[in-house]
Design a binder for this molecule. Structure first.
Ligand SMILES: C[S@@+](CC[C@H](N)C(=O)[O-])C[C@H]1O[C@@H](n2cnc3c(N)ncnc32)[C@H](O)[C@@H]1O
Length: 270
């Protein structure tokens, strides 16, 4: 099978991949037949999943604009996905062209497409990295070159933590990341969560993802708050993403109860 021009060398087109499945769900074209077939199975199991992808993306945009309004100008977007509409650098550099953004993802398609669209952008970069190894991300030469760790940084962990197991210890990973940041820095998350009346649909989706290299798991409000332990969770707390600073000009059509969102701020030392 001949691969499209954008496909990085060695890409495995025989197993569905979370980044490419999400890209398909958002209407992108950086995906293969195996991803599209898998996405269609997800949609059959739970038609609402498409809406999840779109509301999550809208949440990401609101979070970034809110953080920019707090004065943050540096963003480390981990599990950034394949660039699509409303990328972080587009949102924040429209506010301040000097804002810095580094995208980090384990997926080669996400990284190579990120590098392609950022060519010529001196303030943004895309690198390969694994959230399970924060030291590798924090020490990466592109991160050190673009991010000034003496100034506040926003770490974005949007729709990525549910790909980590409890053994990966997400609270520890967030502690390791925030240890490198000055007070006044932020961590923003969104996370798949269980909803009683969608139990069957969620179970089907989880079972399907178990057939891929990246299983997904739900976490409840208390567990998501625990991931942000040590940070001050800003108002309105850990809430369904559609309730997190909703945009009155673009109101969500339905509440999205299957994904929780929250933003934590690193406090001054006591
Ligand atoms: C559902 S997409 C979310 C993309 C984007 N953050 C958003 O919310 O629109 C999840 C992304 O997380 C990436 N990912 C999964 N596990 C990861 C890990 N351990 N480290 C870095 N990225 C990871 C996947 O490759 C995928 O691109």
């Amino acid at each position: 099978m001949s691969l499209p021009e954008w496909a990085p060398e060695g890409v495995d087109v025989t197993v569905p991949n979370a980044a490419r499945v999400y890209d398909y769900g958002l209407g992108g074209y950086h995906n293969f037949a195996v991803d599209r077939e898998f996405a269609e199975q997800l949609i059959s199991a739970w038609p609402g999943i498409l809406q999840v992808a779109h509301t999550n993306r809208a949440y990401l945009g609101r979070v970034v604009r809110w953080l920019a309004a707090q004065g943050v100008r540096q963003f480390l977007d981990i599990g950034s996905g394949i660039p699509t509409r409303g990328n972080v650098h587009e949102v924040v550099q429209a506010i301040d062209p000097d804002a810095r953004v580094v995208y980090v993802d384990v997926d080669d398609v996400a990284v190579s497409h990120g590098q392609a669209i950022l060519a010529g952008n001196p303030h943004a970069a895309a690198i390969g990295g694994d959230l399970r190894h924060p030291a590798g991300i924090l020490g990466h030469e592109r991160v050190r070159a673009l991010i000034d760790f003496d100034r506040p940084v926003a770490v974005l962990l949007v729709a990525v933590l549910h790909f980590l197991s409890d053994e990966d210890d997400p609270p520890r990973l967030v502690r390791e990341l925030t240890a490198a940041l000055v007070p006044g820095s932020y961590v923003a998350v969104s996370h798949f969560t269980a909803v009683d009346d969608l139990g069957h649909e969620h179970e089907q989706v989880t079972k399907l993802y178990d057939r891929t290299p990246t299983s997904v798991r739900t976490r409840d409000r208390r567990q998501v708050a625990g991931i942000l332990g040590g940070l001050e969770v800003v108002e309105p707390g850990v809430v369904p993403i559609t309730s997190w600073h909703p945009d009155p000009e673009e109101p969500a059509e339905h509440e999205q109860r299957s994904v929780l969102g929250a933003v934590g701020r690193k406090p001054e030392p006591a």
